[in-house]
Design a protein around this ligand. Sequence first.
Ligand code: TRP
Ligand code: SF4
Length: 337
Amino acid sequence: MSNKKRILTGIRPTGKLHLGHYFGAVRNWVKLQNEYQSFFEIADVQGLTDNFNNPEKIRNNVKEVTIDLLSLGIDPKISTIFIQSTIPEIAELTVFYSNLVTMSRLYRNPTVKTEIKQKKELFGNSGESVTYGFVGYPVSQAADITAFEGSLVPVGEDQLPLIEQTREIVHKFNSIYGETLTIPEPLLTSTPRIKGLDGNEKMGKSLGNAIYLSDGEKEIEKKVMGAITDPSKIKKDDPANPEICMVYYYHKLLENQNLKTVCEECKQGKRGCVACKKELIQVMMEFLKPIQEKRHYYEEHLEEVDQILKNGSENAKKVAEEVIKRVKENMQINYFK
Ligand code: TRP
Ligand code: SF4
């Protein structure tokens, strides 16, 4: 393997990918794979922490997410795409690390804290919905990162507390058992969160405002036609402010060649919102076309997708085996040659 620095990042297979995933993360991963040795983990075990009672959902989405990643330009010839559960070393490391972190530290983890709060809002205050596995998932994520000696972890801001948690675990491990593990650094994406067409600060499946890479014209039409525009614009020829319009935000995001005209015509009251939305539908369909062509190819060649995941998992396992060997030696639990 090359001696380029390694990046490791993960994605939970809980749904198909949408434009928020692309502009917020995957676009950056596609660039990074040329500079770094890249490992992309389909985090099925982590996905199950929230969906243990819905295994079909995770299973189906492992394939969907892989197809999405391939269609967006993750290149299996230079990058490794693998499934978390195929690497038992991650589960072993999780158990070893669980001694190095206190319960109160996990409960104080801002990401975990927010997610527990959301669960309580959903299920009431009984606390019954919060499982051991859920509270412990940052430990498992530390195992994800260190099992592959990921030195850089491309993530969004919401994941920073998880990387910090990993760094603490690694420090503690190395100070007790000797220098063994690589200390990872987060690699923040410069793109801010992608807003929804409904004006929400975030595009998300649970928010019902996501535009999926696999959406057809009908779905796109429905979503774009319902988008929030400048509320002061009532009539077609009222001048408006594109900066507070979600349709304009998407014209910009998708780099419409005609952007200047859209902006000027809107300000001058020379453009109706319906026509403006119709133009956006066209721009979006154009943008999605090559992605959907690739998607279609992989849907017709599922055996190729399987092979990519199989090769990736074998490749990843080799690295994890080296790491676990060192870990066990240093923890003095390597009994036989
Ligand atoms: N927790 C991440 C998310 O929900 C996914 C993830 C799993 C991950 N393992 C990882 C991210 C390792 C970075 C590194 O988005
Ligand atoms: Fe938004 Fe276009 Fe309407 Fe202006 S004309 S408010 S940019 S949809």
